[in-house]
Write a protein that binds this ligand. Structure first.
Ligand code: CP3
Length: 369
């Protein structure tokens, strides 16, 4: 078992006691970093960057070299899986992702199969290479998080062929032909479980399911078309690898109303966006899961003083920390960091979360003595 110098993230996800609240940021390797933009320019495109294990390793480590973050996250994208299923992923400058062959008729959907994992070999190679790059004198700096899109969120892009404000075509299929939608979601769940297990075998030490569009669903539709399939994925995941538990995180953007149902879906932690009060969420999920979140990424546009105030408010909202007791909070943003974030503002956030949460944990252990 490779020793990890800072395993605070894994401990918090498993609701074990920690000395402070660990943090990482969704999209921490990205366009707000000048060094990311330089590597991306060298690669020629986002996809060239994501499909090169050496370059993906380089950009994964960039935010860790700048900030005292408590985790690395694999640099890749959720849309690599449908790409490997033959949908043909492209990124159009200024427009975001597009599929050349979106799913538009019954035949296409019925012909869909979970991809040959060999087509995603570059992802597993990147995971293994990142793990090696995280080593310093035989000790790993921080854990590596792997990820996938949820079956529902992938289905949204596969049907629509691009991002959407209302997911009109995906929802039309869901209501008009629920049988076909369920078929697609079964294939996606099988693909995602195999993909995440291969990441775990390659060295991912925690895994996260991004259900970015679960919150676009109506009540009942969420349970039937999103949560049910995330649960299937989570049930099929390896729980342990190389002598360590591999915690899982389910993040449903806009999932606040369903936290209780989500808390018994098999994930160790739930990601929450900024519409949720962490203390209230904690009361609803009890000791079943840890929570990850939930600063509004727009806070990072404001000056450091405001960032400090808002970060403390998020830590305070989680509620009391008892001495030596399970806490189960991982600090994060409520969604990905914006490309317009000033780099020095991230520094202010990292310092505040570490120093203020350390004081909260210390204060609690003194109170408990
Ligand atoms: O968090 C990390 O640092 C890991 C890398 C990561 C990326 N995408 C890199 C990326 C992760 C975890 C993702 C997940 C992802 N991708 C999601 C789920 C999370 C969420 O945001 O809800 C979704 C929906 C996608 C699909 C996707 N990829 C979109 C809609 C876009 C374009 C919009 C945008 O932000 O540019 C991408 C491109 C993408 N994926 C970029 C990065 C760094 C920017 C591409 C570039 O460099 O031009």
């Amino acid at each position: 078992m490779t020793p990890i110098a800072n395993d605070t993230l894994l401990r918090a996800l498993l609701r074990e006691p920690t000395a402070y609240t660990p943090l990482w940021l969704m999209r921490q390797a990205g366009r707000y970093l000048p060094e990311y933009n330089a590597t991306r320019a060298r690669a020629g495109s986002f996809l060239a960057l994501a499909t090169s294990p050496a370059l993906a390793t380089e950009v994964t480590l960039q935010p860790l070299d700048r900030y005292a973050l408590d985790a690395a996250i694999l640099f890749s994208d959720i849309l690599t899986v449908p790409d490997a299923m033959g949908l043909g992923l492209r990124f159009v400058a200024g427009e975001g992702p597009r599929f050349e062959h979106p799913l538009r008729d019954e035949q296409q959907i019925l012909a869909l199969r979970a991809p040959d994992l060999d087509r995603l070999r570059y992802v597993f190679d990147a995971v293994a290479q990142i793990r090696r790059a995280l080593l310093a004198d035989g000790v790993q700096r921080v854990p590596l998080i792997g990820f996938s899109g949820s079956p529902w969120t992938l289905a949204c892009y596969m049907i629509e062929g691009a991002g959407s404000d209302d997911w009109r075509q995906a929802k039309t299929l869901m209501y008009a032909r629920p049988d076909l939608m369920h078929h697609l979601l079964r294939v996606n769940a099988e693909a995602v479980a195999a993909y995440l297990n291969a990441q775990i075998e390659a060295g991912a030490q925690a895994v996260m399911l991004f259900d970015s569009w679960g919150g676009a669903l109506a009540d009942r539709a969420f349970q039937e078309f999103s949560l049910q399939y995330s649960r299937q994925v989570l049930a099929a995941l390896r729980r342990e690898h190389a002598g360590r538990r591999v915690p899982s995180i389910l993040f449903t953007k806009g999932g606040g109303p369903w936290l209780q149902a989500m808390s018994d879906c098999g994930a160790d932690a739930l990601g929450v966006d900024w519409t949720v009060d962490l203390g209230a969420a904690r009361a609803r999920v009890g000791d079943r899961v840890a929570l990850q979140g939930n600063l509004d990424p727009s806070v990072l546009f404001a000056p450091p003083q405001a960032i400090e105030r808002e970060a403390r408010a998020v830590l305070d909202s989680f509620g009391p920390i008892e001495a030596g007791q399970a806490v189960g909070h991982v600090f994060n943003l409520g969604h990905g960091i914006s490309q317009f974030t000033p780099v020095e503002h991230v520094q202010a956030l990292v310092e505040t979360v570490h120093s203020y949460s350390r004081a909260l944990h210390r204060g609690s252990s003194q109170a408990g003595q």
